[in-house]
Design a protein around this ligand. Structure first.
Ligand SMILES: [Zn+2]
Length: 215
C-alpha cells in the first residue's frame, strides 16, 4: 500500500540563508537588548562571567530564527513526477527545534508528514528542510503544522496532506506549570486526509514505535 516509510529519525539540516533572514538579523541590536535584560533582572552585565553573554545569546537567537523571511517553498527543490499511481508518502520522526513566540523559549520534538501525490512528489530530503525553515522562527506548534501542510499542498497540488507534530515546550516544562513530561500533539490535515478513515492507516504507522525506542 504505502510506498515508503522512513523509520530512521531524520536530523533537520540547518537551512543556509543568504536571503533577508541573515541580512535582517541585527546582532548588535539583539546583544544590546540582552544586556538590557541582564540589567533588568538585577545582574551586572559587566562582571567578567557575563561580559560575552549578550553576543552569545544574540548568536543563539540568530540560529533559532534563521528561517525568518525565508520563503519555505524555496527549500523544496524541483518537484519530480509521481510514478506510483498516487500511493501515500510518509516520512516520520523528523526532528524539529523551534521557538515559542509567546515566551521565546525553545520547543522541540518530531514532525510526521504524509501526503497523497496527485502528479508530483518531492525528494524525501525536502521534508526535513521544510520543517527546519518553518521551525526556525518564532512559532506556535499549531501554526507550524498548518504552514508545513499548506506549503507542501501548494507546491505539489496534492490530494491530501497530514502533519502530526509531537513536541515538548520549554515554557510548559521549565516555568509556569512545570510539566516535565507533558507532550503537545497537534494534527493538521487537508484534502482526502481530513477524512478519519482515510488517514487511519497513516496514523497507525505514525503511532508505531521504532524497535528499541525508549518510549
Ligand atoms: Zn510558550
Amino acid at each position: 500500500m504505502l510506498r515508503l516509510v522512513l523509520r530512521v529519525p531524520l536530523r533537520t539540516p540547518r537551512v543556509k540563508t543568504t536571503s533577508m533572514a541573515t541580512r535582517g538579523f541585527d546582532s548588535s541590536r539583539a546583544a544590546a537588548a540582552v544586556r538590557e535584560l541582564l540589567i533588568a533582572i538585577g545582574e551586572d552585565p559587566d562582571r567578567s562571567e557575563l561580559r560575552s553573554t549578550p553576543e552569545r545569546v544574540a548568536a543563539s537567537y540568530a540560529e533559532l530564527c534563521s528561517g525568518v523571511g525565508v520563503d519555505p517553498s524555496s527549500v523544496l527543490g524541483d518537484p519530480l513526477p509521481d510514478t506510483s499511481g498516487g500511493e501515500a508518502v510518509l516520512v516520520k520522526d523528523i526532528e524539529l527545534l523551534s521557538l515559542c513566540e509567546h515566551h521565546l523559549l525553545p520547543f522541540k520534538g518530531v514532525a510526521h508528514i504524509a501526503y497523497l501525490p496527485s502528479t508530483q512528489i518531492v525528494g524525501f530530503g525536502a521534508l526535513p528542510r521544510l520543517v527546519s525553515v518553518l521551525a526556525s522562527r518564532p512559532q506556535v506548534q499549531e501554526r507550524l503544522g498548518e504552514q508545513i501542510m499548506t506549503t507542501l499542498d501548494s507546491a505539489l497540488a496534492t490530494r491530501g496532506v497530514l502533519v502530526v507534530i509531537e513536541a515538548v515546550h520549554g515554557c510548559m516544562r521549565d516555568r509556569g506549570s512545570r510539566q516535565t513530561s507533558a507532550t503537545a500533539v497537534t494534527v493538521a490535515a487537508c484534502g482526502e486526509l481530513r477524512e478519519p478513515l482515510r488517514r487511519a492507516e497513516l496514523m497507525a504507522l505514525i503511532g508505531e514505535k521504532r524497535e528499541g525506542a525508549a518510549h
